[in-house]
Ligand binder design. Structure first.
Ligand code: ZN
Length: 283
């Protein structure tokens, strides 16, 4: 990756304020698009964010245009304004253009930013897209970039042409191990008051060599890898933590996840809701 075009080089206005973030607090990397003309300049986007939205600065940490040129937004160490409530944990990068405009050069630059972010943080950051984050119901970054992120941000031969995404389903989709749905057909993780098919963790049943509680914890852990704030004191499962016993907190988490992914919202974790977390089929 060539060095980013600096703020002064693209004529950035001074920010009204800035909050720095320690690398230890970074856990993810989020891809966006501007959904506007590919010719739009970072300065115009900044004007819109500062004057239209009233933000302190351009919202993104970096921007990338069709030629693959990288522009410094807020930079590596400043909290963004791109996907609340994930602005501290996730670095936001915006592709300048509409769905299908992203070229192989643009994707290669986004991937380079991701690799650099992992190098600087000393860990593997979650690869996420705006609409895939909890609390963010949006088309951003469009079907093409969404599929590309889900496929693991491949570059080179796997990068696809602009507007012609061809990721193979299941190719290194998301960080972490991948588990097939562990329950028998027709079963789901649900309340203890339900029928036999409703597996709650309350009765310590075993499926495929592991307890129901362990499996339910795996599902919520996977959401955490995808950028969801999960665990005791966090946004979801705040009170009891990820204890693997289905109750109102798991139900609320499942409903929020189902809503964000366009699934049937019933709060029960069946095969479809499980697979969406682990396999993220390409749309
Ligand atoms: Zn976005």
């Amino acid at each position: 990756m060539s060095s980013p075009v600096s703020r002064s080089a693209w004529g950035a206005r001074s920010p009204r304020g800035r909050t720095t973030v320690a690398w230890s607090r970074r856990t993810g990397f989020t891809v966006h698009y501007s959904a506007g003309p590919a010719s739009q300049t970072p300065r115009r986007i900044q004007d819109f964010h500062m004057d239209g939205n009233g933000w302190a600065d351009i919202g993104y940490n970096f921007l990338v245009d069709r030629s693959g040129t990288v522009y410094e937004g807020r930079g590596w160490t400043v909290a963004g304004a791109h996907a609340a409530p994930h602005n501290t944990s996730h670095i936001g990068v915006c592709f300048i253009g509409r769905d299908g405009d992203a070229t192989p050069a643009a994707k290669a630059s986004i991937r380079s930013l991701y690799d650099e972010a992992c190098r600087r943080s000393g860990r593997t950051l979650a690869r996420t897209w705006h609409g895939g984050l909890s609390g963010n119901s949006t088309e951003c970054p469009g079907a093409d970039l969404r599929a590309w992120v889900r496929a693991g941000m491949p570059v080179g031969d796997g990068g696809g042409g602009g507007g012609a995404p061809a990721p193979s389903p299941g190719a290194g989709t998301l960080p972490g191990p991948r588990f097939d749905f562990p329950l028998p057909a027709g079963h789901y993780f649900g309340p203890a008051s339900g029928p036999d098919q409703s597996v709650s963790g309350a009765f310590r049943r075993t499926f495929r060599g592991r307890t129901d509680r362990e499996w339910l914890r795996e599902w919520a852990t996977q959401l955490g890898r995808r950028g969801w704030s999960v665990g005791r004191g966090r946004t979801h499962l705040a009170r009891h933590g990820n204890d693997g016993v289905y109750g109102p907190e798991y139900r609320a988490l499942a409903r929020a996840f189902q809503r964000s992914q366009g699934l049937t919202v019933d709060g029960l974790i069946g095969r479809e809701t499980w697979d969406e977390a682990f396999h993220a089929p390409v749309t």
